[in-house]
Design a protein around this ligand. Sequence first.
Ligand code: HEM
Length: 162
Amino acid sequence: MRDIEKQIEKMTGLSLEEAMSIDEVNLYDRLGEETFWKLSKLFYNKVYQDEEIWFRNIFKNRDIEDSIQNQVEFFIQRMGGPQYFSERKGHPALIARHMDFNMKEKAAERWLFHMKNSLEETPEIDDDSKHRMLNYFTHTAYFLSIGVTQHQNKKNKRNVRF
Ligand code: HEM
């Protein structure tokens, strides 16, 4: 297992197998496109109206409609549906696409807080699917937080030296 995966397991208590249990079933077939749209609309409405201004500000130069579309297309693709995201935008390359944002652990926690509440508010998502999705989101949020922060630190060190 890679170091980063061990680190995530330690932080979240989730094994890689648990985190990737979204791949044991086809969640796209099970839930349908409309459910993914509903989830992402709920999520981004919470994010863009967050009372925690520092978190809301991470998204300040973005457009909510675009953000929803990007997320829905990625989730659909990742959870067994058509490759909408890659057809429109290329490889997901999630670490690279988050490089300019505040991705500290606190941001991952806040992202997950809103996602957990959005899952709770989507009754179309049954408990088994909810559990699988939350495990995957938790793993990925920490994966991105650690991955992006490592890159940002390396870049800062280089800037100090030259
Ligand atoms: C620390 C937690 C996170 C923060 C602060 C964060 C922040 C952001 C921001 C600011 C954007 C740009 C919004 C836009 O598309 O207009 C974005 C895009 C995106 N995020 Fe995250 N994100 C986080 C975690 C995640 C996780 C866990 C996933 C996947 C499970 C994810 C998937 C995506 C995708 C697919 C995009 C669209 C990228 C693109 O189209 O270029 N993010 N995120």
